[in-house]
Write a protein that binds this ligand. Sequence first.
Ligand SMILES: [Zn+2]
Length: 251
Amino acid sequence: MTHQICVHTDDKKYTELKVEPKEFSSQSFTTLTHGTTSNLDALNNQIWNDSETIYWTNDSDYEFISEKDQIKLIKLALLESSFETPLVIRQRKRKSADAQLKINWLKMKDEPYFKSTSTLAFGYGPGKGLGGDVTMNADVLWLLRKPSQPKLTVKEAFDLGYIEDYNRDFPNSTVKTFDPLHTMKHEAGGHAMGMRHIEDVAQKSTAIMYPYYNGLRKFGNADKDYLWELYGKSNLSQRIKDILLRRIFNF
Ligand SMILES: [Zn+2]
């Protein structure tokens, strides 16, 4: 089976690839009942059936975010896709074979799609096997920082163990960090749900599904319109949505 994946980058070229998976994340399909429906507007030309629960697991580790925060991060990344649509998305706590979305954190030496740290992550569109899986580049400095926090200096980053060395002549130069919630949401909340990129340049600072990193944490109108086009709307009130969205910004 061929899968369509999206590779999300910092500022270089992004790519949509067709790949033949060598291994399957959800190894056994004997208990897998989640289905997909054909939809030519979706990545991999499929969307999830909304009549069943979509499960996810966090498969590997990233050294600078605690396991507890990784779980919270994934939940928050999927939150808006879940409450804006009829989809039900849950964490599967045991590493069972019928999980639908697998989140990986892999270093460049372990993942051939990561050619440099400007390739931040990639994700598969809906489908069986690798469908919906997300891989984050573990060689990128992902830090959970509030958007209002000042940039980290190289000295602070060194003292905290995030970098191995720095130029002592310029201790106050800042280190480039990335918001994992933005990228996880682009990959898991977006591509894994079947959203392709929104390439309209006018949306570059308002759409999470714009191909390049823009640090947004909340879907813009274009993102939501696309999601609703694929799945329809939930009937949750705006007041409840606003309460849920606050969690994303307070993380
Ligand atoms: Zn992408």
